[in-house]
Design a binder for this molecule. Structure first.
Ligand code: FAD
Length: 633
């Protein structure tokens, strides 16, 4: 991890990739002016009100851009953790930093440690990863407060980054001030936690508290590998905790344990006025509700979260395999059989993850919890027997059913030893041993997106009279692009109490009645500006985007008005308010208006963003959406 300790008072660091480089550089940077005259604070505060309502935010070079001395003052306030950002690809390709970055582009832990990069390198005709002007590498809540106040007082575009996994580039904003939470990653486990204000009223419960910059792998290590319990988080180990909870958040076992947002007990948040607020069911309950699925980066900076933990089942398991059909008829029959089998045997809290339908094949990566090996084999036997009984089908990858102790599911040492092909480790010297990633997620590290769409498919499509329509739509979809059915990212079939808990979040209520989230997406290799893979081919990227669009259009014929998961959705979604939040949007907009009336926090297609240009720099005179929108729920 980057550690700038000792730089305080020596000036602002120009950020580079690792600690060694950083320290070297810091020593070479000329000493910047110290705190400027006392008058600076006073004039800044006088500017505050005017700045808050200004028509545009300032960029470097603008007359209102903070002076060097103002930046130096901020640097001092944040204990020397202000970084001037520059892409590692800004220098010559023969340079050490360039070569190190090029070598690490498929390592998500490296990308997360580099504040000038993001986990997605861009999206064709949408956005391209570019560094902010400056970053506060926050260590403490007070650093976040200082950065929020500075951005507000100086009328800056502010952006927040945790794990950096936003597909839509919402943690990426050139010319901005970045609050980077990566170093706020302490995790502590509680046997008995009581949210503030509930002392003596609520029975204390097991929980985990984490600072906002931690990744899920860090929580899984503490809660499951070392603690023998379960916390509902995300499937990808390197996703940031705060970003995922604010997305709603689904993990492989969400069909049993619900969304990550629904498991939030309490959060500490720095709001636009620079206040540190505790949000839970009793304190700022409206803000608390909005943080649970209302979308990251729109309501404030979350600095700490506490999530409930649960008993860990004894086993987790997986069903793997790939089945190819020899004709179009056989393929349709296979899809029909898979959907019918899902409905009759898997549509319950035990089963999550996904089936992928390509042009002529069905790929299985289903995960389960709470079943033993023999039970899982018994459940799947009729399906696999049917496949084997028909000569039209071949197994490209043999059917396999595996179970393993749930406690080792995120245990780096165990996985490297028992399932070496299933995980990729952070191979940098000194990397924590538990820092692994499932190989399944490797394709998305640094990728350049061509198209990405998702849709919640209502459970009514599984009814006998509807299945045939669904199957036709799925097959039609695969003529254009493959589709993945994520059963764990939709809650129909989950326990009623988990559905009720998710109902108390800002997530689109469509999730409650959907059996799966269909994802249709594609992209190419990393394409960072100036990076080794050069520029992506815009023609082929756009052709792929077009095919992805056509594929989803086929599916939407049987699911008109389907909502979309805010964090796994189309950058170009037109009706984003309805698609992401459905009937919850007006309530979410009211929370935004209360806690951030001047729109300091901005993410494109986030709540309240109607009032700003797409880059978040220019205030719009009249928000276009409010009168014309028709909520879907
Ligand atoms: C490879 C990959 C796998 C994924 N797998 C899953 C999955 O299994 N389940 C799932 O539900 N989602 C998944 N996602 C989507 C992911 O949950 C969201 O993109 C999530 O918002 C990422 O959070 P982050 O902190 O990593 O990203 P960031 O890009 O850092 O943040 C995402 C958004 O949250 C904001 N934000 C971050 N930290 C804070 C904070 N402390 N306070 C306020 N705002 C903040 C940012 O400003 C940004 O708008 C995946 C994404 C990728 C790239």
């Amino acid at each position: 991890m980057l550690d700038t300790a000792g730089l305080a008072g020596r000036g602002i660091s120009e950020h580079r990739v690792n600690r060694r480089d950083l320290l070297k550089r810091a020593a070479a940077i000329p000493f910047l002016p110290g705190i400027v005259a006392r008058g600076l604070a006073a004039s800044a505060s006088a500017a505050t009100t005017a700045a808050a309502r200004a028509a545009s935010r300032v960029r470097p070079g603008d007359a209102g851009w903070p002076s060097e001395s103002a930046w130096a003052e901020l640097n001092q306030r944040v204990g020397g953790q202000l970084l001037k950002l520059r892409s590692p690809f800004a220098g010559p390709s023969s340079g050490g930093e360039y070569r190190e970055a090029a070598a690490q582009l498929k390592n998500p832990y490296y990308l997360g440690d580099e504040p000038a990069l993001t986990q997605t390198s861009g999206w064709v005709d949408a956005w391209t990863s570019r560094p902010a002007a400056y970053a506060v590498a926050a260590r403490k809540t007070r650093d976040v407060v200082a950065a929020v106040n500075f951005a507000r007082e100086h009328n800056l575009r502010l952006v927040v980054k945790g794990g950096g996994h936003s597909y839509q580039g919402t943690s990426d904003a050139p010319d901005s001030l970045l609050i980077w939470t990566r170093h706020m990653n302490r995790v502590s486990v509680h046997d008995a936690f009581t949210p503030r204000g509930f002392e003596g009223v609520m029975t204390p419960q097991p929980a985990v508290t984490t600072e906002a910059g931690a990744m899920w792998v860090d929580l899984y290590g503490a809660v499951t590998t070392r603690g023998g319990r379960y916390v509902q988080g995300g499937g990808c180990t390197t996703v940031g905790v705060a970003g995922l909870v604010q997305s709603g958040g689904f993990g492989s076992f969400s069909k049993r344990y619900g969304t990550a947002a629904a498991g939030l007990l309490e959060a500490e948040v720095v709001t636009a006025d620079g206040q540190v607020r505790i949000a839970n069911k009793r304190m700022h309950p409206d803000l608390f509700w909005g943080l649970k699925g209302g979308g990251g980066g729109s309501l404030g900076v979350v600095t700490r979260l506490t999530l409930r933990t649960r008993e860990l089942p004894e086993y987790f398991g997986a069903v793997l395999g790939s089945i190819r059909a020899s004709s179009a008829e056989a393929y349709r029959a296979l899809v029909a059989r898979a959907i019918s089998f899902y409905h009759s045997d898997l549509f319950n809290p035990h089963w999550g993850e996904h089936m992928t339908l390509t042009r002529d094949a069905l790929h299985l990566l289903m995960l389960f919890q709470g079943l033993e090996q023999q039970e899982a084999e018994r459940i799947w036997a009729p399906f696999f027997d049917w496949v084997r009984a028909h000569k039209e089908y071949t197994f490209d990858e043999p059917a396999r059913i595996l179970t393993f102790p749930a406690r080792h599911f995120w245990d780096g040492d165990y996985l490297r030893q028992k399932l070496p092909g299933a995980v990729v480790s952070d191979d940098r010297p000194g990397a924590p041993r538990h820092h692994v990633m499932f190989a399944e997620d490797a394709g998305e590290v640094g990728w350049f997106i061509h198209g990405y769409r998702s849709a919640w498919l209502p459970a009514s499509l599984l009814n006998e009279g509807q299945q045939s329509r669904l199957v036709d739509a799925l097959v039609a979809c695969t003529r254009h692009w493959s589709v993945q059915l994520y059963f764990n990212k939709a809650l129909a079939g989950a326990p009623p109490e988990e559905i009720e808990a998710a109902r108390e979040t800002a997530t689109n209520p469509q999730v409650l009645d959907a059996f799966a989230l269909a994802i249709i997406a594609g992209g190419g290799p990393p394409a960072y500006v100036g990076g080794p893979d050069g520029r992506p081919n815009p023609i082929s990227s756009r052709l792929n985007a077009f095919s992805i669009r056509l594929a989803m259009d086929e599916l939407l014929k049987v699911a008109p008005g389907a909502g979309s998961y805010v964090s796994e959705s189309d950058y170009f979604e037109k009706n984003w308010q309805d698609a992401f939040w459905g009937g919850n949007y007006p309530r979410l907009a009211a929370v935004k208006a209360k806690y951030d009336p001047d729109g300091l926090f901005f993410v494109r297609h986030g709540v309240g963003s109607e009032r700003w240009s797409d880059d978040g720099f220019t205030r719009r005179a009249a928000p276009p959406m409010e009168s014309s929108r028709t909520p879907r729920n």
